[in-house]
Design a protein around this ligand. Structure first.
Ligand code: ADP
Ligand code: MG
Ligand code: MG
Ligand code: MG
Ligand code: MG
Length: 633
């Protein structure tokens, strides 16, 4: 997200008056960047990961945990080397960069500088991730731990914060979490409140509960204050917002308070970036299922393994008209998805792209599209941007309304950075040497840095394979969306099938050859995770075998190859079911815990042991072979 600008944020009633202003200048800013950078050719790959951590405070005497709301004190210490470096006080770039996140209990760490294109860089990732965790711990109190659970299991249960606060804040008006849980920088409470105001109700999140033998059926959550009457919005819960047999959540923190593992790559030029964006889009749901690590919400076991839908609902600012619940009167569009969702259109113009893959109705702003086209932007890129710009800017700072469009990208980024999609196409910042980048955003953070490195390196290698073998993963986007739904399901890796392209080597031209209508080179089929990752007889060769044959064609020393093979092996065994996903491991941990009453409830006692275990796994003090295999032993 970069450094956050300071200023006075406008409440929604005022911000909406400036929506067109921000969009209009945002487009001019984009055009300026586009014209300056569209022909730039970068020589090499640069890339980096982002890992988000939750800060948990342990009370070992009482065997309890709390989320520590001290992230900002911790960040002050963590960010000092960067500040000293920027001010020239120290010469060397810092080992890591640290950023705040939505939750006041979250920190985000990235490598100090992006990694390069060599295999040495790939094996440097895990040590850097381990170093980051050490740095985080060194900046925290001895009873605080930086844990890479996607979600704090009892987020939103009473008295789980340190310091404790009642859930009665005006920004989110949640029945479960207080405003003090939100990053105090003005941007975040404003974002929270403006989503609610724009939407006209609190956000509404329902994840299906996992029905165990003692879970009441139907499950009507006894922990919801159904009759609370503190805010107007309080009646929503009993008026249908809280579904039976679901874990109901009502605040942005439940989603944006989850931790992700994201990977950003710099492409050699804009076209390669667009191509990677497209090729990785069908991979996003696959990798979400394979990295699934979040089976618990608000103290209950869920019947899903992954977080995405929680975040998606947690920032869904669409009005009832936009959601199609009322005829359009005041709003401009009916919009099929939240701002946080899978992509709606492909972006590349290369020869393998076909219009039929774009089978989702794309909503876009016609005037913005026209403006982009008039200035020479091609159809696909213009549609991509005009689609992002159907949204309103949610946080506008009064002091930052009038900017120099030649030297700023703030208005463009206002919309770009609040379109949280599975893939993000990142244009260079104005006047910088940074190139066109693509971000892969669907993965869940893993408990250990071995796993986080494995998933990161896997994605980087996959991009190398896509480019060097010229692979074609295109399938219709409606099928990618279907995969996204499937990917949430409990044990999706084992029990579900995903749409994937049958022939990834197909030359694009052959299917349009006259007189050969029978063979469809563009066919896709439902495959198991094992088939997609490890290959299918007489069919798709599989991600891991493809990566191995790529590595076989390169010059690489044995030690490095061994390390990379251990990463690939982890991914391969997760896909085959030989190893558990994090979600399956966590679920089993809860269900086998002596205090678990088979009623879906994840008590504070279980949470203490689980978070402790997560920390031990991260530090290498505990090695569950069913999760990690024997690679790191
Ligand atoms: P955001 O939160 O907007 O996605 P961050 O700055 O938190 O962005 O993370 C960006 C990631 O991209 C980091 O891992 C960083 O190392 C990496 N990165 C930085 N510069 C480049 C670059 N020129 N090309 C590719 N990746 C880069
Ligand atoms: Mg970031
Ligand atoms: Mg972010
Ligand atoms: Mg982040
Ligand atoms: Mg990111």
């Amino acid at each position: 997200m970069g450094l956050l600008s300071l200023g006075t944020p406008l409440p929604w009633s005022e911000a909406k008056e400036f929506a067109d202003h921000v969009r209009k200048h945002g487009i001019e800013q984009f055009l300026n960047i586009y014209h300056h950078q569209k022909n730039v050719q970068k020589q090499c790959l640069l890339w980096g990961d982002e890992i988000e951590y939750i800060v948990v405070k342990f009370n070992d005497k009482e065997k309890t945990t709390k989320l520590s709301l001290r992230a900002f004190d911790i960040l002050e210490i963590l960010e000092k080397p960067e500040h000293d470096w920027l001010e020239g006080i120290t010469k060397d770039a810092p080992d890591a960069l640290w950023r705040p996140e939505y939750g006041r209990y979250m920190i985000e760490g990235t490598p100090g500088e992006p990694y390069g294109a060599t295999f040495r860089d790939l094996v440097g990732v895990e040590p850097n991730m381990k170093l980051r965790r050490k740095m985080a711990h060194a900046a925290m109190n001895p009873d605080e731990y930086a844990v890479t659970l996607v979600n704090y299991p009892r987020l939103g249960c009473p008295h789980e914060l340190d310091p404790d606060h009642e859930p009665n804040g005006k920004a989110c008006q949640s029945m479960f979490v207080p405003d003090e849980i939100i990053n105090p920088h003005a941007r975040f409470p404003t974002l929270t409140a403006n989503i609610r105001r724009r939407r006209g109700s609190k956000v509404q999140i329902n994840m299906p509960i996992y029905h165990d033998i003692n879970t009441p059926k139907p499950f009507i959550d006894p922990t919801i204050s159904w009759d609370r009457n503190l805010f107007d919005h309080d009646k929503e819960a009993k008026n249908g917002a809280a579904l039976p047999d679901h874990i109901y959540m009502d605040a942005m923190a439940f989603g944006m308070g989850c931790c992700c593992l994201q990977i950003t790559f710099q492409a050699c030029n804009i076209d390669e970036g667009r191509r990677l964006y497209d090729q990785l889009a069908p991979v996003a749901p696959i990798m979400m299922a394979l990295s699934a690590n979040s089976p618990i919400y608000r103290g209950y076991l869920a019947d899903v393994d992954a977080r995405w839908n929680v975040i998606s609902s947690s920032v869904d600012d669409r009005t009832p008209e936009e959601r199609g619940l009322k005829p359009l009167a005041n709003d401009r569009f009916v919009i099929n998805k939240s701002r946080y969702d899978s992509i709606d259109s492909y972006l590349s113009n290369d020869a393998t792209y076909k219009a039929k893959y774009d089978d989702i109705d794309l909503v876009y702003d016609q005037a913005i599209y026209d403006r982009l086209r008039e200035d020479g932007v091609d159809d696909k890129l213009a549609k991509h941007v005009a689609h992002l710009f159907i949204r309103d800017p949610l946080v506008i700072f009064k002091e930052l309304l009038d900017l120099d469009d030649k030297n700023s990208s703030d208005h463009f980024e206002n919309l770009q950075s609040t379109n949280w999609q599975t893939m993000r196409f990142k244009p260079p910042p104005p006047n910088s040497s940074i190139g066109w980048r693509v971000e892969f955003r669907s993965m869940e953070v893993q408990l250990s840095d071995f796993e986080n490195a494995a998933y990161s390196v896997f994605i980087v290698l996959l991009t190398r394979v896509i480019l060097s073998f010229g692979l074609n993963f295109y399938i219709p986007l409606s099928k990618v969306d279907a995969n996204m739904k499937t990917a949430h399901k409990r044990d999706a890796v084992l029990n579900e099938k995903f749409y994937f392209r049958k022939n990834v080597f197909t030359a694009s031209q052959s299917s349009s050859r006259p007189g050969t209508p029978v063979e469809d080179d563009d066919e896709y089929e439902l495959m198991t995770m094992n088939e997609i990752v490890n290959g299918k007889d007489n069919g798709f060769p599989g991600f891991v075998p493809l990566i191995h044959s790529y590595l076989n064609s390169t010059n690489i020393d044995i030690e490095t190859r061994c390390k990379l093979s251990s990463y690939l092996s982890l991914i391969s065994k997760r896909a085959s079911g030989e190893l558990l996903t994090g979600a399956a491991y966590i679920r089993q941990f809860v269900m086998n815990h002596p205090a678990y009453k088979k009623d879906s409830v994840v008590s504070s006692e279980i949470t203490y042991d689980l978070v402790k275990r997560a920390d031990q796994i991260a530090k290498g003090e505990y090695h569950p072979t069913e999760l990690l295999g024997n690679f790191t032993a």
